[in-house]
Design a protein. Structure first.
Lengths: 324, 247
């Protein structure tokens, strides 16, 4: 038996979170004396595919069809179902991200498989097949049991640290017959923000709130982010006032992020904001108001004026990098 | 064009989660329930805009919930929508929810099904994509803009590190997020009209869930904040490097 893991790539480059999914699938496979087959779609070189072996894939099934360089949920589903059938897989792993959410639910329905979206642990097989996930936007966790024979798990990215092994994967090409409806979506335009760190992937995030007083002060946030190699984010009032673009809004009704470090500047820490960032490993809060509720959720706090503290912190980071 | 909007009842965003029954359930006493913000602010309001501009002819709202969800459905009807359908069941299994809705929707021939990108209680974000599979439809997730041109939807959606514009013919399921529409407040006329709009109760399809929640847990309390002198940012950088090990 094999565990199937769906591996995404970004224009032929496999990202850290995708290796994490492979490693996670490998951890499950080891518990069940199964093997791991990674399924990868579209244009990508064999040298990159070989790296999947280092994270526990024994086999890579590569569906080499350039139409799959764009997300086509139905075509992706057809390709994965072909791989699942070929391998006789009962466990399918994807990431809980944009592409994962477009594909995994379709597969789950097709196979009448129970699905857990946003897995934070390996399945506990002594109690059934029980996986922990965040609910109420991180205000609580739920232990979900999958009762069906076939199981779909969507791993929350940035949950487990990566560790390379000496493993090697055999690479096979898989031919898939796509149907007429598989490419019903036409991609008209793609605009990627270049030169900046993407928020959902970022290990470090610097975020600003109303305490920044206005968009004209955002260069202070940007300078610090640049020095750290961090992405920038903001609170809801900031994006509602159009100080910053909507996609930067993190919180219960915006994006949910789980970086290693979240630096919140001039954000009071309303429960809705916390819900979007409480998965962060370390939280630094910079706020003038010592009573700001965010301090209760922070690891490190600085009570002070952002306009003075930010340049100082940026300088300190610069100095640190020079001496490292 | 006929639109179905999926509505989920969720606790208000300011709710503190309290567990009960030996951590196997979440306390509902004292909790204010609202329409899931992604369903309301974006999906429902966009549907209403499409009807106001003459693009959509009919908007139905559907929810899966017991009778206690009716006030929230009435509130959704007060914003807009011709009728509501309540599928009379409790479900926290996305597969079950999707099958219930699909079972109802399959004979209704909707051109467009709108839902929020996820509900803020279980945070799965999977029902829309499941519905698309069950109803043999296309699916575009994480939409930030929806325009209709004839029989085609032009949809801007979030991708990793950017945005993509897709076009797709109906029938189609779209999951909505910020950008798709601006939130509205129901007016008195809408609230009065909502009382007379039909709210049909449907018996759910007879199927078994494939997942179940065994128990809940609250996050551990933070150990307490370590305050750093605002004049000494070198110390913060040192702590982030050697103690937190994040830089």
């Amino acid at each position: 038996m094999s565990v199937i893991v769906f591996v995404e790539h970004d224009g032929g480059i496999i990202k850290k979170k995708n290796f994490e999914a492979v490693q996670y699938a490998s951890g499950i496979a080891q518990k069940m004396s199964a093997t791991v087959t990674a399924v990868i779609l579209g244009t990508i070189g064999d040298a990159e595919l070989e790296k999947l072996g280092e994270y526990g894939a024994q086999k890579v099934l590569h569906v080499e069809d350039s139409r799959l360089d764009e997300l086509h949920p139905r075509a992706y589903t057809s390709a994965l179902l072909a791989a699942i059938e070929k391998e006789g897989a009962k466990i399918i792993v994807t990431l809980n991200d944009i592409n994962g959410r477009a594909v995994a639910p379709r597969i789950a329905v097709k196979l009448k498989a129970g699905l857990v979206a946003g897995a934070l642990t390996y399945p506990d097989m002594e109690k059934g097949f029980v996986i922990k996930k965040a609910v109420y936007s991180g205000k609580a966790f739920a232990y979900v049991n999958i009762a069906s024979d076939t199981k779909v798990i969507m791993l929350m990215p940035n949950t487990f640290p990566l560790a390379k092994t000496e493993g090697k994967a055999a690479i096979e090409k898989l031919a898939v017959n796509f149907g007429d409806k598989d490419f019903g979506i036409k991609v008209k335009e793609v605009s990627k923000v270049t030169g900046e760190v993407s928020l959902s992937d970022a290990a470090l995030v610097v975020s600003g709130g109303r305490g920044m007083k206005g968009p004209e002060n955002w260069y202070l946030i940007e300078n610090l982010a640049k020095e750290l190699g961090a992405a920038t984010a903001c609170s809801r009032p900031v994006s509602d006032s159009d100080w910053r673009p909507h996609h930067e809004h993190v919180g219960q009704t915006g994006g949910t992020i789980r970086p290693d470090l979240y630096i919140a500047v001039g954000i009071s820490g309303a429960i809705q904001h916390l819900a979007g960032v409480n998965g962060s490993k370390t939280i630094v809060v910079i706020n003038r108001d010592p009573e700001a509720p965010f301090f209760k959720a922070a690891n490190y706090g600085i009570v002070g004026d952002a306009m003075e503290v930010l340049p100082r912190l940026t300088e300190a980071v610069k100095k640190f990098k020079l001496h490292k | 064009m006929k639109i179905l909007v999926c509505i989920s009842q969720v606790p208000d965003t300011s709710t503190k989660v309290v567990l009960k029954d030996n951590n196997t359930a979440v306390e509902s006493n004292g909790v204010t329930y609202i329409i899931n913000p992604y369903d309301e602010w974006y999906g429902l309001i966009r549907a209403i805009e499409l009807k106001e501009s003459g693009v959509a002819s009919e908007i139905d709202l559907v929810t899966v919930g017991k009778a206690n969800t009716e006030p929230v459905i009435r509130k959704a009807l007060a914003l807009g929508g011709d009728k509501a359908i309540r599928i009379d069941a409790d479900s926290n299994d996305p597969y079950l929810t999707a099958v219930y809705i699909a079972d109802y929707a399959k004979s209704e021939h909707y051109d467009l099904i709108l839902c929020g990108k996820e509900s803020i209680d279980y945070n799965n974000g999977t029902v829309g994509s499941m519905l698309a599979e069950l109803l043999d439809m296309d699916y575009i997730g994480f939409a930030t803009e929806i325009k209709i041109e004839g029989n085609t939807a032009i949809v801007k959606r979030e991708i990793e590190g950017g945005e993509e514009t897709d076009s797709c013919n109906f029938p189609l399921v779209i999951s909505c997020q910020k950008g798709v529409a601006e939130a509205r407040i129901p007016n008195m006329r809408g609230i009065m009209a909502a009382r007379t709009r039909p709210l049909n109760v449907v018996t759910p399809a007879a199927i078994e869930p494939v997942t179940s929640i065994l128990s809940y847990e609250l996050p551990p309390a933070k150990a307490g904040v370590k305050l750093v002198d605002p004049a000494d940012m070198d110390q913060l950088v040192e702590l982030l490097h050697s103690e937190a090990k994040v830089i």
